[in-house]
Design a protein around this ligand. Structure first.
Ligand code: ZN
Length: 128
């Protein structure tokens, strides 16, 4: 269950951001998570709730946006979006595919009592 460590680094970044903007309360946390991260939304939600207790992020709503990963066929060169690892190329049926993307875990926005913070991608993924 890596949701707890993800939630931990997510909250760290979120709290730092909020502090920079002088926020007294975080209302909403927006996250973009790639499918490769295998994040279970309910678990992440639970982890954020437990870890944010006693901080200004307590009670914040977590919004999770899932990002598909992309496949590239080495056989025919087709690009497509991939649902599962065991997928084959939709054009030629080859299993010689490269999968890219889908392993991001970024804080993409915060809603604080004083307004909104939308200054882009704050990577908060664990080091591999
Ligand atoms: Zn192909």
């Amino acid at each position: 269950m890596h949701e707890f460590s993800l939630a931990e680094s997510l909250l760290k970044v979120a709290l730092e951001e909020a502090e920079k903007h002088g926020a007294s309360r975080i209302l909403r946390i927006r996250v973009r998570a790639g499918k490769l991260m295998g994040v279970v939304p309910e678990l992440l939600d639970f982890a954020v709730k437990s870890l944010s207790e006693g901080t200004i992020a307590e009670g914040a709503v977590l919004e999770l946006e899932e990002v598909e990963f992309k496949g590239h066929c080495r056989n025919c060169g087709a690009h497509f979006s991939v649902e599962d690892f065991w997928e084959v190329c939709p054009r030629c049926g080859s299993d010689e595919i490269d999968i890219s993307g889908g392993n991001e875990f970024d804080l993409i926005g915060l809603e604080i009592e004083e307004g909104e913070i939308e200054d882009g991608n704050k990577g908060c993924k664990e080091d591999p």
